[in-house]
Design a protein around this ligand. Structure first.
Ligand SMILES: [Zn+2]
Length: 264
């Protein structure tokens, strides 16, 4: 005779809300993981497409990533506005998420951050970000850079504060996994929430390795075929890291694993 737990595993979910609640919990952990690995600080945000309504996505209302709780998660439409207009303050740059979800049906999650390691590679045209190690085959070669001056002139505050700017950013992202934003930050996408978080963390890692290698000499980057080969099977790596990071973020492991920020 099956226990309740075993029965639940075999039975399709009867309630859409159950799946949404589970994803909301993962989104809260994603915020904490990104904070823990210094990808976000007081600013930055992560979103995930609604599991049952692809024209909606889940993201926190306007609170710092480290303070996001389940009650802060809201549903947004592809216009970047709240589905339930409850008056909650929202992120100014929510159009990054809405326009990428609109442009990329293949994408399930988006991370936007201002990591200093990454910003540096968006401001030196002669030193573009390229995949340099086996965990970073997802990076474009070179990784595209969004130049807001090209679409909005040279007097903006650099933020993606309108649907039009979000569309322009999504266009430069194209079918890539990462787009740098000159003088601002980066936006990373994934086919799962775990993959988007993984890519955000390892984009930062690639930047630090590339910056260090530049001090030593002329780096050797991955060839296009090495990058493709490195990406094959990478979801297994993602899953392994995701399990660790979720446990750390949930407080089950009080300190980050030794060297885990740099661990391959
Ligand atoms: Zn930003």
């Amino acid at each position: 005779m099956l226990t309740n737990a075993a029965t639940d595993i075999k039975r399709p979910r009867l309630s859409d809300a159950a799946g949404v609640d589970e994803l909301k919990s993962e989104l809260v952990l994603a915020n904490r993981i990104l904070l823990r690995y210094v990808i976000v600080d007081a600013f930055g945000h992560v979103s995930v497409r609604h599991p049952h309504v692809p024209t909606r996505f889940l993201m926190a209302r306007r609170v710092p990533p480290g303070l996001v709780g389940l009650d802060d998660v809201r549903e947004f439409g592809l216009d970047g506005e709240l589905i339930d207009r409850d008056g909650a303050p929202v992120y100014l740059e929510r159009f990054i998420h809405s326009e990428i979800f609109a442009a990329r049906p293949d994408i399930q999650a988006v991370v936007h951050s201002h990591s200093p390691n990454v910003v540096a590679f968006g401001v030196v045209p002669e030193n573009r970000l390229r995949p340099i190690c086996h965990t970073c085959g997802f990076l474009g070669d070179p990784t595209p850079v969004f130049e807001i001056r090209d679409v909005a002139g040279d007097a903006t505050n650099l933020l993606i504060s309108s649907p039009q700017l979000g569309r322009s950013l999504a266009k430069i992202l194209g079918d890539e996994s990462v787009v740098l934003m000159r003088g601002h930050g980066s936006t990373v996408v994934g086919s799962t929430l775990a993959q988007a978080v993984y890519r955000a963390i390892y984009t930062d890692t690639n930047c630090r390795i590339q910056a260090a290698a530049n001090q030593l000499g002329i780096p050797k980057f991955l060839t296009p075929r090495e990058a493709i080969a490195a990406e094959e099977g990478s979801m297994l790596q993602v899953e392994r890291a995701w399990q660790l990071w979720k446990e750390e973020a949930a407080g089950l492991n009080a300190t980050p694993s030794a060297g885990s920020h740099n661990a391959f």
